[in-house]
Design a binder for this molecule. Structure first.
Ligand code: PLP
Length: 418
């Protein structure tokens, strides 16, 4: 081809490459999306970055994180400090952060991981423990229906010379788990036991922020019993992307290798680290209000006669409207058909930093309306005897009322009154 023809061919190729993903109504659609998110109780991953978050993120550095990215490095150092660990690693997702963490701990198969049967690493990471680490997962059922105890762990670990067993190498806890908080004393007891047996402790702390906010406990104290912790910026804190794995320097050095192997080595991550830093700084303080909204939902649903399957210890409440004659599907459809729709999924209602208090009231009003219709049609509401409405299961406040953390030498107002 002569030079002129080459130029023409390149111009044609470039023309074909063009794409404009901004449609003409994008700005209006984004305004709508922001409103929809404020009325969506499906997950706290369904939040949207704010313009302020973007403005901050755009000012970050432009390095390559497979080598070293300055803003990301600052975020990692901050996370290591906050969690009381030596080092931290920024990763694209909570799933990768958990799986890289577990893979880094698991070196010589055969081995097993003991976790709660409801744990994200077990149920919702696409079989990652088996795929990435070849690990056998022992999914333990907490006998108290709330959180794993030392006794549960002891009766599920495999410590034996018997060759039939895959020795337990890691105990993986999740806090919060379905929005509930594990008593820290229990975490410490499990950790002491695990370490005495040469096992590692991993925490899926995707929402450990909520525990810190609810119990006024520093992250370092919550993370101290663990060898590794995964924290997510993209859930309760509302960043668009990103998680962080923390641990010792040696652990994070090896985890960085696995991050690359898993395909999670990212390049210009400054903008993502910026959004995460903005979220930690500006959105963490919003969590107590989020928890209060979830509590409002719980109280309202309980008063209307719904069964509360799991109390709003933090940002989630699980409920069943069957006792008032309402099915989930019906409620989901009616909520979606409101003039200002509400999005629901099923038994789980999640509040987040962008949930509007009006949406909470509108949802309760809708449940009340449908319940009244059912009554008018002859349905007799059933007394609620199960779940936390009755007394069959321990509740968060029965088992874990923690005094706000006080720094050494600081006195509580209660104490100084006495
Ligand atoms: C407790 C918990 N851990 C881990 C994850 C995984 O995070 P990601 O969706 O970023 O992979 C989630 C996701 O919602 C989660 O709820």
């Amino acid at each position: 081809m002569i030079a002129h023809d080459l130029d023409q061919a390149r111009a044609k190729l470039a023309e074909n490459m063009k794409i404009d993903i901004l449609n003409l109504t994008q700005e209006d659609e984004n305004v709508k999306a922001r409103h929809e998110v404020s009325r969506t109780f499906v997950s706290d991953t369904i939040t949207v970055p704010t313009p302020e978050m973007f403005v901050y993120a755009l000012k970050t550095s432009l390095g390559d994180d497979v080598y070293t990215e300055p803003s990301t490095l600052l975020l990692q150092e901050h996370m290591a400090r906050l969690t009381g660990k030596e080092a931290a690693l920024f990763l694209p997702s909570g799933t990768m952060s958990n799986q890289v963490g577990l893979r880094t701990h698991l070196t010589q198969p055969p081995y097993s991981i003991v976790c709660d049967h409801r744990a994200h690493i077990h149920k919702y990471e696409a079989g990652g423990c088996a795929f990435h680490s070849g690990a056998h997962v022992v999914a333990a059922v907490p006998r108290n229906g709330h959180h794993l105890t030392l006794d549960d762990v002891k009766s599920n670990v495999m410590i034996s010379d018997d060759v039939h067993f895959a020795p337990t190498t890691v105990i993986a806890l999740e806090n919060t788990l379905n929005g509930t908080i594990i008593p820290q004393d229990e975490v410490i007891a499990i950790s002491d036991y695990a370490h005495s047996q040469g096992m590692k402790m991993h925490l899926d702390g995707a929402r450990i922020w909520h525990v810190a906010a609810e119990t006024a406990t520093p992250l370092a104290e919550l993370c101290a019993p663990f060898d590794s912790v995964s924290l997510c910026f993209s859930k309760g804190l509302g960043a668009p992307v990103g998680s962080c794995l923390v641990g010792t320097k040696a652990f994070i050095t090896q985890a960085k290798r696995f991050r690359k192997l898993f395909g999670g080595g990212m390049r210009q991550t400054g903008v993502l680290a910026g959004a995460a830093a903005y979220a930690v700084t500006n959105n963490f303080p919003l969590l107590p209000k989020v928890h209060a909204l979830a509590k409002e939902l719980e109280v309202g649903l309980r008063e209307l006669g719904c069964e509360i399957l799991s109390e709003a210890e933090t940002c989630m409440v699980f409920f069943d409207p069957a006792p008032i004659g309402v099915e989930y599907d019906e409620l989901i459809l009616r909520a979606a058909a409101l003039p200002d729709p509400i999005k629901l999924f099923g038994s789980r209602l999640v509040c987040h930093i962008q949930t509007s208090p009006a949406a909470v009231q509108d949802l309760l009003e809708l449940v009340r309306t449908i319940a009244d219709e059912k009554k008018a049609a002859g349905f007799v509401p059933k007394p609620v005897t199960n779940g936390t409405n009755g007394t069959t299961r321990p509740t968060y406040r029965d088992i874990y009322v923690r005094k706000p953390h006080l720094a050494k030498g600081e006195e509580s107002t209660e104490a100084s009154k006495a």
